[in-house]
Design a binder for this molecule. Structure first.
Ligand code: BLG
Length: 486
């Protein structure tokens, strides 16, 4: 009897001990993915170093993926730490490694083949895979036309997956994959004729068309596909849920549209012809004047790329340009402006650039102090084009409309009114072609962005010809010799 009750007591003790252990076990449960990020105070993200994703410019880290993921880290209230992978295979193995980065944000197509190595978020961008060929060669228009061509794609890419699938129907199809290159290299190789064709996403082409004058779209290979961020497949859903909520917000509040326009909108703004014409002029014309832009910029404490962007907008870098209104030269100075700036020959490119540089500094200094950077630069450009008086008229109309006369975004909406009688009749300086400075500023900002991406910080200081095509994101440590033989 006694022994039995002792046994019962022991059982009860043992059971409660197990219960406590179980409870303790529950308390010591692994923290979730989001709890780990929050506890560390750091969001570690793996990406690719390319102009369409992440790269360094004169202001530091930048790129579409970087800007988006930075906003996500800010929303979480944690620091962002970027790691880069040299190839897509390396990217996925890093993501899946123990204590690896929490998130991959690298312009990744959420493809079927990747489901084993990644768990994808909601889409943040739709892209279309495009076959790219070289201008002057016969244009392929369907899958059959790919046969017998030298085709190179990124190793481990969704494009390699797509071609493998296509090969099932077209067994004669030949293509190669390389882990030693980035998309910009593929486009450059098509541009220079080292390969016949490649397959890239539409956003990558839109971004890079401005660097490669000979690159053209042959045809779309299949439907549009979704880009997503990814976590490791074994990971719990907590971080992915936060990502999805963030992406939903970014769709709603216009952040995604703005980033898309800024990074992938060159072709939208310039048009395809404008984009490859710019690329051609970047190689052929800018090198002739780059030295003058740099010297004038240094003398006047300006960014030479802004001056070069102005020169492109004014004359497509042509020193003998003349407008219908008799404005002349690379920087399109009026006779009056030229005289005021001490320019004796407007057709001399060096004099024109010096005069333009001096004049932009002059008009900027005349602007009211209430206009702050970066808007101040855009207002100065507008004044360069339309004159300070008309710009002041537009600012007054802007204020009367209840908008902010110190914000370029607001004033540019009102400027076109200067060419409508009902509005200009109320102004001090009267009629002006108010739409012109709006295009002028928009285009210069676009060229300025592109020039910023072409010229990397480590190349600054020396005399570096942009014509040599220093495209951001190209890994200079990988010489061409390492590329697979084709
Ligand atoms: C600018 C002058 C301003 C002048 C305005 O015109 O020229 N800028 C320069 O000379 C650098 O000084 O302002 S004002 O002095 O206060 O009157 C207004 O007259 C030049 C503009 C005009 C424009 N491009 C630089 O942006 C031009 O050529 N437009 C004509 C285009 S088209 O050929 O008729 O289509």
């Amino acid at each position: 009897m006694f022994a039995q009750s002792v046994f019962r007591l022991r059982c009860a003790l043992w059971l409660s001990a197990v219960g406590i252990l179980l409870l303790l076990g529950a308390c010591a449960e692994e923290p979730s993915a989001i709890e780990r990020v929050q506890a560390e105070g750091v969001l570690r993200v793996i990406t690719r170093n390319s102009p369409a994703t992440y790269f360094q410019d004169r202001n530091g880290e930048t790129g579409f993926e970087y800007e988006l993921v930075k906003r996500f880290a800010d929303d979480l209230g944690v620091e962002l730490q970027i790691e880069t992978a040299d190839s897509l295979d390396e990217l996925f193995s890093s993501l899946n490694r123990e204590n690896g980065p929490a998130l991959a944000a690298a312009g990744l197509v959420a493809s079927e083949g990747r489901k084993q190595s990644a768990r994808f978020s909601l889409p943040y961008l739709q892209v279309t895979p495009q076959i790219i060929y070289r201008n002057g060669q016969p244009r392929p228009t369907r899958a059959q036309d790919l046969l017998g061509k030298r085709i190179l794609v990124l190793k481990g890419s969704s494009h390699a997956e797509q071609l493998a699938e296509l090969k099932r129907d077209l067994p004669e199809l030949q293509y190669e994959e390389s882990a030693a290159v980035e998309v910009v290299d593929l486009l450059r190789m098509v541009d220079e004729g080292q390969i016949d064709l490649t397959l890239v996403d539409s956003n990558e082409l839109a971004m890079n068309q401005v660097y490669f004058p000979n690159v053209r779209v042959a045809f779309d290979l299949g439907d549009s596909q979704a880009l997503g961020w990814a976590v490791a497949p074994g990971e719990d859903a907590s971080l992915l849920n936060e990502v999805n909520a963030f992406i939903r917000r970014a769709h709603e509040n216009g952040v995604l549209d703005r980033l898309k326009a800024r990074y992938y909108g060159h072709v939208d703004v310039l048009g395809y012809v404008g984009a490859y014409t710019f690329a051609k002029h970047l190689q052929q014309r800018l090198p002739r004047y780059e030295k003058f832009f740099r010297q004038a910029a240094q003398k006047n404490e300006l960014d030479w790329r802004l001056l070069a962007a102005m020169g492109y907008q004014e004359s497509l870098w042509q020193p003998t340009a003349t407008s219908k209104t008799g404005v002349r030269g690379l920087m399109m100075l009026t006779l009056r402006t030229a005289q005021a700036m001490g320019v004796s020959d407007r057709l001399d490119p060096k004099q024109s650039i010096d005069g333009g540089a001096k004049y932009i500094v002059h008009v900027k200094a005349q602007l009211p102090e209430s206009i702050l950077e970066p808007d101040r630069t855009w207002f100065a450009l507008a004044a360069y084009n339309i004159g300070g008086g008309h710009l002041e008229d537009a600012r007054k109309l802007t204020e009367a409309e209840g908008l902010d006369p110190n914000k370029w975004l607001d004033v540019q909406k009102i400027l076109p009114r200067l060419s409508q009688k009902q509005w200009y009749s109320k102004t001090r300086y009267g009629y002006a072609r108010g739409g012109e400075p709006v295009h002028f500023v928009r285009n210069i900002r676009r060229y300025y962005d592109i020039l910023t991406w072409v010229t990397q910080p480590q190349l600054e200081g020396g005399q570096v010809a942009v014509g040599n095509m220093h495209v951001p994101g190209v890994n200079k440590e990988k010489p061409d010799e390492q590329l697979p033989p084709l």
